[in-house]
Design a protein around this ligand. Sequence first.
Ligand code: UDX
Length: 446
Amino acid sequence: MRVTAIGIGYLGLTHAVCMADLGHQVLAIDVDEEKVAKVARGETPFFEPGLEPLLRKNLDAGRLRFTTSFAEIGEFGGVHFLCVGTPQKSGETGADLSYVYGAVNALAPHLTGEALIVGKSTVPVGTARDLLAHAQALVPAGTRVSLLWNPEFLREGFAVQDTLTPDRFVFGVTADEAGARADAVIREVYATPLSSGIPAITMDLETAELVKVSANSFLATKISFINAMAEMCEASGADVIALANAIGIDKRIGRRFLSPGLGFGGGCLPKDIRAFRTTAASKGVDSIVSLLSTVDDINLGRRERVTTLAREAVGGDLAGKKVAVLGIAFKPNTDDLRDSPSLDICMRLAAEGAIVSVHDPVAMPQAARGYPDFRYADSVHEAARDAEVVLHLTEWAEYRAIDPAAVGQVVAQKILVDGRSALDAGAWHAAGWSVHRPGQPPMPAR
Ligand code: UDX
């Protein structure tokens, strides 16, 4: 089939590459000429495991091309995936929909014959129906445009896997013949993954939009719940990890997304729950507003809590103290710094006068460009040299292989704050470190 992808950020580029890998002919567009030139050379503009080889494979196979021309997109094919971003509005909690509307405005006048727009971006409920009306008003006479909402649930670090073999497909359609046709077309596009038994649920447009924001809100709530329990454990001398392990065995609860620590960050969860809260407020649904406000407050409180652990570890005053930070990406296996809890903590530490020395396996070039005031170290040992406290803030697998005795040789003080409770605390403690973890009793140096 001939499909297009509009926007080549995390979502759009991954989607374009994966659609080509399913055997479709794909043309993808972005307004950023530099980005288009880069991906056309086979280079991904961000770190995502497995994506670059797949991009090259499909460029070489001639199934994937890139452009900056909407006229070419309109002419190319009948199924257009809308993959542009919906970031948080500057200074407000709501979603900025200007890219979504901008894309439809630019695309619609070039559509011909039977055209289907498939929305993948995360949008406030009601946007899809409005976009359809908008597109219908803009298409040339004789063009029939329909719209289907197919929210994306991909996780960074697993983007290819989540696109090609998601847990489920959700198809939001209009309750008319055009909706039934759109449903048939999208099932043809995804015929390969659907044939392997992945569930696909067809529903109305509004429910499909809400499925996405409710999934992210549920995940965020789960993380904030365990972080609230971490606070309770600290107040009671209990251990939140033992607690999470015990309640997680209950299948109704489940252990995943019950890891306490710095809380959630990234380009999706924080802005999506804020946008959803804004939508709920506009509809007078106070229960959602208060639930998500609490979830957000608990989450942001974690960053202050870990900063406090660091301050207390160096004797109550961070000014002039060298702090080593391991991991600056918002989570492992990405170089994404958007709303990174670790980056936020680095800024808090620096604001209190600490000398922040950062290591991250992949996100350092990105961080150094945006935040030149931190020191960047090529190795864990270099970051830790003469540090008064070592903060483990992004749980890259390679940090679990650190030899605590060897790092202990280069620091000024053997104090570890494991903000993710992901290191082997027993091994660090045995090597003479005092270990502090949110929600767990401290392990003073022996
Ligand atoms: C998320 C959703 O998982 C995905 O379905 C949606 O499409 C986009 O948003 P992503 O932003 O890639 O994906 O990250 P995710 O793996 O969900 O992690 C989000 C944040 O929560 C990270 O900062 C992570 O460190 C944190 N987290 C996750 C916890 O603090 N504790 C946990 O137990 C799990």
